[in-house]
Design a protein around this ligand. Structure first.
Ligand SMILES: Cc1cc2nc3c(=O)[nH]c(=O)nc-3n(C[C@H](O)[C@H](O)[C@H](O)COP(=O)(O)OP(=O)(O)OC[C@H]3O[C@@H](n4cnc5c(N)ncnc54)[C@H](O)[C@@H]3O)c2cc1C
Length: 470
């Protein structure tokens, strides 16, 4: 989720964007699958990809382009994983990942490749931000400008310690000590006034999954660096959506590559014999391949039995978790009246610490909001209305559409947000390959971890690994 409000609106760039079960060693019977055009359906696949999110679909496309016979096994009855284009109030909505930035290199390349356009969110008219005397209205320029000045101080030096943001450990010498800091540690170092602290701690807390104490300072600083080390760049990360939704890009990739995709096929075991890898689903169906790309969320890797076991960095990553465990995205349908208002709460305040306007509907207006509070019931309209009021925003709520990514068995978390120490202790080993087994996930990207761009980046890398190119 990438939600600091789209801020002071700078020159429009629409024109730039147009183009844009551990089995015995004996070989088990293999299951045949009706295959896409151009692929035969013999039992042994070149590559099996586990997971049909952006990472898995990217890997599948790349491997098909290398002439491989590819089977994608997906647990859900839909593709997309933590992206999910749906409808509400007559509008196309995203229940997971949404905003992309055309300067994100992998997303940008895909938009150009498939001539997909972007849609820009309409500007925000008012921001409600917390102050020591309660929520206060600011103009977007003033409110986001104040936040930006604090972020400038918070991430001072990022051009040095994240000199090459796509090589996150390029300055490991500097990052080792910084990576020990939580966001809370960094806020404390800055000796902020109470006013300043309140302007940013709701954001740092929500990105970290509910508490600034659990999120790594280097995670936010990495995003800041990837966004060009500026508040403007950072705010631009939640400004553009893919026209037709994230599914439009996924579908374009699938249309090009036509991998065989089997939905409703949760994998329970991956067994690498040393020559063939067997993949078994929870219903006991077994497939074999010369290589496997595991493109599941890292938090969910612990649900699969790997033989031999996962490499140590991934074992640690899945047990500690990389994606935040509490991550609810809400679509709030309200009667017209409040307008294009942005609300942000203080850490530990409203169970909805962030609210953004989306689009008008026939009888109201849609807002998108996030919650990381496990005690909050986001499906209860009265609770939602009360939580939004705590931000200072008065919405007359008609209904809500909610997805709880933390409780989703095939995600087990929302957006990635590393904990202190995880960057320098888990990287680069989380991008391990044995040749037969490779791992793709937006959770373990070198660049935009926690973003669609990172998922695509990881899929490209895992495909090269599975093809024996690195
Ligand atoms: C609420 C929310 C908001 C976000 N906002 C943004 C945003 O605005 N912009 C942005 O760029 N990013 C955003 N992100 C992050 C982005 O959605 C993810 O980084 C990206 O979608 C991850 O893709 P992936 O392919 O790595 O993982 P996933 O999309 O999680 O795909 C993994 C796939 O593996 C499948 N799977 C799991 N277990 C099994 C199994 N046992 N067997 C078979 N299949 C299995 C899953 O069902 C899933 O389809 C957001 C994420 C969330 C949750």
């Amino acid at each position: 989720m990438h939600t600091t409000g789209p801020t002071s609106r700078h020159p429009r760039r629409r024109t730039l964007l147009k183009a844009a079960g551990a089995a015995a060693l004996t070989v088990p019977a293999l299951t045949k699958v009706a295959s896409a055009a151009g692929q035969d359906d013999t039992g042994l696949w070149d590559v099996i990809v586990i997971g049909a999110g952006f990472a898995g679909i990217t890997a599948a496309r790349e491997l098909r382009a290398r002439g491989k016979r590819v089977l994608v096994l997906e647990a859900r009855d839909r593709i997309g994983g933590r992206t999910w284009t749906d409808t509400y109030g007559g509008q196309l909505i995203e229940r997971g990942g949404t905003w992309v930035e055309p300067t994100q290199p992998h997303v940008g390349a895909e938009l150009t490749r498939y001539s997909l356009a972007l849609e820009e969110d309409e500007p925000i008219s008012t921001t409600w931000l917390p102050t020591p005397s309660g929520p206060r209205q600011f103009t977007p320029e003033d409110g986001f400008g104040r936040i930006g000045l604090i972020f400038d101080r918070m991430f001072e030096g990022s051009r040095t310690y994240f000199e090459k943001p796509f090589q996150p450990l390029y300055r490991a010498d500097l990052l080792r000590s910084l990576d020990k800091l939580s966001l809370r540690d960094r806020l404390t170092q800055l000796s902020l006034t109470p006013e300043e602290e309140l302007l940013v701690n709701g954001q740092t807390a929500v990105y970290a999954g509910g508490s600034s104490a659990t999120g790594a300072f280097t995670m936010f600083a990495h995003w800041w660096a990837l966004a060009g080390h500026t508040n403007q760049g950072w705010n631009d990360t939640m400004r553009w959506r893919i026209a037709g939704g994230t599914k439009a890009l996924l579908q374009a990739m699938i249309n090009e590559a036509r991998p065989t995709i089997k939905l409703s096929s949760p994998v329970s075991a991956v067994y690498d014999t040393g020559s063939v890898v067997y993949v078994t689903t929870t219903s006991g169906v077994r497939y074999g391949a010369l290589a496997v790309v595991v493109a599941m969320p890292v938090n969910a890797l612990s649900t699969v039995k790997f033989t031999p076991s996962l490499p140590p960095a991934l074992t640690t990553a899945t047990s500690q978790g990389l994606a935040v465990p509490n991550a609810v995205k809400l679509w709030i349908h309200a009667r017209k009246g409040a307008g294009r208002v942005y609300g942000q709460g203080a850490e530990g305040g409203s169970p909805i610490p962030m609210l953004l306007p989306f689009k008008e509907t026939a009888d109201g207006m849609l807002y998108v909001a996030f919650s990381t509070d496990p005690r909050f019931n986001p499906t209860d309209v009265a609770q939602v209305q009360q939580a939004v009021r705590q931000l200072g925003v008065n919405l007359d709520v008609i209904g809500v559409k909610v997805h709880d990514w933390g409780r989703d068995p095939y995600a087990r978390g929302g957006w990635t947000f590393r904990k202190p120490g995880q960057l320098t202790t888990l990287y680069p080993d989380v991008t391990f390959t044995s040749g037969r087994l490779s791992f793709a996930s937006g959770d373990i990207a070198n660049g935009w971890s926690g973003y669609i761009d990172g998922a695509i980046e990881s899929g490209l890398r895992a495909a090269r690994q599975a093809a024996g190119e690195e």
